[in-house]
Design a protein around this ligand. Structure first.
Ligand SMILES: [Zn+2]
Length: 489
């Protein structure tokens, strides 16, 4: 290795200062300053200095970041971590199939230990990919035993997490009114703990009576932000936004997940009340919530953060989220221009902006902007080094934002620091028990395979494919008219 001094996890004793040397540093401060040949010094839980040729304490661990990019830890504002236990199972689903499988058929089969297993694996996956803060949009909490299991897992992994408490098996006005819920909140959360936060997670689907009002009132009473899937095609609509607004429940801490199928009026209400949108572009593109709305949010001045939604379909890293989001915005721009017989000559959305959404955008959405989201002295030290000396993709490093978005991937995450603690070094996790998570997930999968039985298990993974009819082609006179499938040879 090219690392000058340490190479072992043992060198990262808690409290020992850390200095990254000679990196391209994306500070993601307000001016988005970039330092070439820069250093970042971490002392205790915080960033002590960012600059060139920094003086470091004699006992500091030096990490050679030559050829690499040092940036703030990434922030995922919406991830159903419990669903990581079924990683990849729903790769070919639509949103309807997802709802049938989790909400109607099998979500209630998940036991507390299954929520624990998914969360543990997902939490480790997050920090491994440089996602230092993750909102666990935990809507599988049928009981507070499930909720305790979710938090147990989050507390075992040295990342920063926010439990967004939810329960798809009950109306939010039911579970939020239960004394056990209040008891759970007071048992597991203390104010001022920026390693484990709390939100309430529910959607507005209860109809004209707006029964969700009661849950919003509980959230207000507890001082807990609400996160809600909004603008999901055919599921959550403008009517829900209107009810929230009229009830006075739209606040700067409210997060609107997807926000993709909404009217201009709803976007105006979101913008005017200071809330933000959490985009899961891979999700919106594939499941069908609506076109990823960055181009509309831009017009309304609505702040954006990024998320990946669920590993039952997609990747759990924000490199994919940044890449998909930038691409989707550009596709939209090109298609709109082509429809007018015009050509886009300058893209509106830049790589720099999506890196900002993945870092400081997430921090702002979560009310953590004073603590994380940028590399500035005094902030909590959540730091990622992207460096891979074995990869041909690390050279040349010309456009650092473009490099992060379109070139780098999770395997290039060399070092991750959370709250001043090294949790990954030299591409290896430090202080997380992946073996334990693997075993827990294997047990969950085995249990669920038994609960579903082989037929439902296979059917769930392989939904029917609608018939595709090959169009009539006037240039192929051998085409067998009226038959689906391949034209005749
Ligand atoms: Zn979601």
């Amino acid at each position: 290795m090219t690392t000058p001094s340490p190479a072992a996890a043992a060198d990262f004793a808690p409290g020992r200062p850390i200095v990254f040397r000679n990196a391209t540093v994306l500070t993601m401060d307000e001016g988005h300053h970039v330092l070439h040949g820069g250093d970042v010094l971490v002392s205790g839980e915080r960033i002590a200095a960012v600059g060139r040729a920094l003086e470091a304490p004699a006992d500091a661990v030096e990490i050679d970041a030559t050829g690499g990019i040092v940036m703030p830890g990434m922030i995922d504002t919406h991830r159903h971590m419990w669903q990581t236990a079924m990683r990849g199972y729903g790769a070919d689903w639509t949103l309807s199939q997802y709802f049938v499988w989790y909400y109607l058929q099998w979500g209630k089969s998940f036991r507390p230990q299954d929520v624990y297993a998914g969360n543990l694996l997902s939490a480790i996956e997050a920090i491994d990919a440089g996602v230092t803060t993750t909102v666990d949009w935990s809507h599988g909490l049928q009981t507070t035993e499930h909720a305790d299991a979710a938090v147990d897992a989050l507390e075992e992994v040295p990342g920063r997490f926010i439990l967004a408490y939810g329960n798809i098996q009950q109306g939010p006005w039911e579970w939020s009114a239960a004394p056990e819920f209040r008891d759970f909140v007071s048992r597991r959360f203390t104010s001022g703990n920026d390693m484990l936060g709390l939100q309430m997670a529910f959607d507005i689907t209860g109809g004209d009576e707006f029964p969700e009002r009661a849950a919003f009132e509980v959230a207000r009473d507890l001082g807990v932000p609400v996160t809600t899937h909004a603008g999901v095609w055919g599921v959550t609509t403008d009517a829900g936004i209107q009810k929230m607004h009229e009830g006075g429940f739209m606040t700067p801490s409210t997060i609107y997940v997807h926000a993709s199928s909404l009217s201009a009026d709803s976007y105006n209400r979101i913008a005017a009340t200071g809330g933000s949108a959490s985009l899961s572009t891979e999700s919106e593109q594939s499941a069908g919530q609506g076109y990823p709305p960055t181009w509309k949010l831009r017009e309304h001045g609505i702040p954006v953060s990024l998320s990946m939604d669920t590993s039952v379909w997609w990747s759990g890293d924000l490199f994919s989220a940044m890449r998909a989001t930038l691409s989707a915005d550009r596709v939209r721009e090109h298609m709109e221009a082509h429809a007018k017989n015009e050509t886009v000559t300058n893209h509106k959305l830049r790589a720099e902006q999506v890196v900002s959404w993945a870092t400081r955008g997430g921090a702002a959405a979560l009310g953590l902007a004073a603590a994380v989201g940028s590399l500035e002295p005094g902030k909590k030290a959540d730091v990622v080094l992207i460096k891979n000396d074995d990869s041909p993709v690390m050279v040349p490093l010309l456009h650092p934002y473009g490099h992060v978005v379109f070139q780098a991937q999770r395997a290039d995450v060399h070092t991750v620091v959370v709250n001043g603690r090294v949790v990954k070094y030299d591409h290896r996790l430090v202080g997380s028990d992946l073996g334990k998570a693997r075993q827990a997930v294997e047990q969950t999968v085995e249990y669920l395979q038994g609960a579903l039985g082989p037929e439902a298990w296979t059917e769930g993974m392989h939904p029917e494919i609608p018939e595709t009819r090959v169009v009539h082609n006037p240039y192929t006179y051998t085409y067998n008219q009226g038959q689906a499938g391949q034209p005749g040879a």
